[in-house]
Write a protein that binds this ligand. Structure first.
Ligand code: C5P
Length: 230
């Protein structure tokens, strides 16, 4: 398991201060919509300056026509980030087009597909996708696996079934982690670190339980300690 910290604070300064406080740890930095829309490429460069070994996950959840997605994927590869994601519901042609386009990059970023957002409950998910979360997440995961993606974004509760349906090495990145049972906020399907480990999660994503702490550094330390023991 590798911890992925969501940099979702309201300003670049606050996010960079959080990154600075975590620079001695082996953690992933997740850069999402808010930060990337506001602070763009410069922010990625600033993160690399803080620690050139930070692994960066650009969480932009691409969803468009295949050619536009592949163009965007190529620009992302040029940024030198280590992982990004697309929406699985963009379909298999989009997946294949993206992976084909990246095949020329020696050190291409890992590509994950979002199955079901962890903020969905069953009722609201079904209203959009007409299937249960389990069923649809597994179907999206198989499609992603068959089209050469590296893994999926899912909740902890689908991680094991997805690995069983694809491969143990097919990566699962799971938001909605409340390491020690902290407040769920808007997340519906939350899990502790212990459960995430049991379900084979490769990348637990933690945002608010870290950055809302008065001492995020010691929270990360606690999390890493638990992760090394499970
Ligand atoms: O604060 P919290 O730990 O809930 O943060 C979760 C992070 O993971 C947020 O940045 C959110 O945008 C992201 N995310 C998610 N569910 C997904 C994909 C990404 O919560 N399916």
């Amino acid at each position: 398991m590798e911890l992925c910290v969501a940099l979702d604070l309201p300003s670049a300064e606050e996010n960079l201060a959080l990154a600075e406080s975590l620079k001695s740890y082996d953690v992933w930095m997740k850069v999402g919509f808010r930060t990337y829309i506001r602070d763009g490429k410069n922010f990625i460069e600033a993160l690399k300056k803080i620690n050139p070994d930070f692994k960066i996950f650009l969480d932009l959840k691409l969803y468009d026509i295949p050619n536009t997605m592949a163009d965007a994927a190529e620009e992302i590869a040029k940024l030198g980030v280590h992982m990004f994601n697309i929406h699985a519901s963009a379909g298999s042609v989009a997946m294949k087009t993206v992976m084909d386009r990246l095949s020329g990059y020696e050190d291409r970023p890992l590509v994950l597909a979002v199955t079901a957002l962890t903020s969905f409950d069953e009722e609201h998910f079904k209203a959009v996708y007409e299937k249960s979360i389990d069923e649809k997440a597994e179907q999206f995961a198989k499609m992603s696996y068959e089209n050469g993606l590296d893994g999926v974004v899912c909740s902890t509760f689908e991680s094991r079934a997805i690995k069983n349906a694809t491969s143990d090495s097919f990566l699962t990145l799971c938001p909605g982690i409340r390491p020690f049972g902290e407040d769920a906020g808007d997340q519906q399907r939350v899990a502790t670190l212990e459960l995430a480990a049991k379900e084979g999660v490769d990348y637990p994503v933690v945002g608010r339980p870290i950055y809302k702490e008065s001492d995020p550094r010691s929270k990360v330390e606690e999390i890493l300690k638990v992760m090394s023991g499970v």
